[in-house]
Design a protein around this ligand. Sequence first.
Ligand code: GLA
Length: 378
Amino acid sequence: MEQAIREFELKFDRPPEHAAKAPGRINLIGDHIDYNDGIVLPMAIDRQIVSVAASNAKNEFQVYLPDQDEFFSTSRLQPKQTDPDWAKYILGVLDQIERAGHEVPPFQSVIVTNLPIGAGLSSSAALEISTATLVEQISGFSLPAMEKARLCQRAEHEAAGVPCGLMDQISVTLCQEDAVLELDCQTDTIRHLPFSPDGLGLLITNSMVRHSLADGTYATRRKECEQCASLIGINSWRDINPEQFQSVAGNLPTNLAKRGRHIVTEIWRTGQASCAIKSERWERLGKLMAESHASLRDQFEVSCPELDLLVDFTCELPGVLGSRMTGAGFGGCTISLIELSERPFLERAITRKFHAATGMNPEIFLSAPSRGALGIPL
Ligand code: GLA
């Protein structure tokens, strides 16, 4: 926050008046089932995007990213194909807010972050939600949380061309400290499950393989799930369990059978994980995480060699209860449930093994479940 304020003063020669911050998220388990009526278990992490701003007397939106030294200025709200990608997310949100009937006053802003970008930690949802939260601060209205999340999801669909589910926008908005969010995507209802296991923590390892959802693979998977549901004649993936699915899978094209198998088993695993968290059975949770990774790798086919490598050797190390890729996949991060007493050893071992195999240094950090987005008057 201090950095953002200093940078704003330097860039615009006056102090900012408003601030907003929004965290990244990891998903403990339940990937690619938010857009399939599943239940997901995300939590916000303590890495954020921070935006500060002041109203602009001129009819212009000006945004400066000091870390990249990039500046964008426009008087329109609709994103254009030629805009920088990050600006499309911001304009997309402003455009959606206006289309929802709210006035969006022009502003100048500075954005800083300690959240790895494009690493599967929902940097795009954090940027969207921090933008919406900033506009709430500047304009004085407040959007109901679900409406805000949906509006940012629409911005991502339209401005970035990614047909994402709602998990990221909701978790970035509504997560609480020391709790995992249980989001039922069939009913859009949430529960906060207390999560502060004694002596254990979640280690986040960035494979440094940049993931991009806009290349169409995410959209292809989403379409395959719809085709599979229509071939087996279900209205919702909650209407079929893994045994029932297995009895019809033989009649499906191989790729659709694999996608469906991931969906039904991941929905089942997430239900089991939720019970494991409530009854504090952490070994069980770790085992479910490992099974989830295998399913994302073999059935949904959204992992990549670097993520598989990380998960495989991390699971073999002492003090690790389970490990898996998190989020959409195609690169990005793994999360591992670890014994905190082994943390220094694990960080060294993972770094050494990953470097030996790939020549890259992974970024590794720990995060407790953190709170969702926040608007801050300055
Ligand atoms: C991305 C999407 C989410 C969700 C995950 C996979 O993060 O934005 O809606 O589908 O992938 O679980």
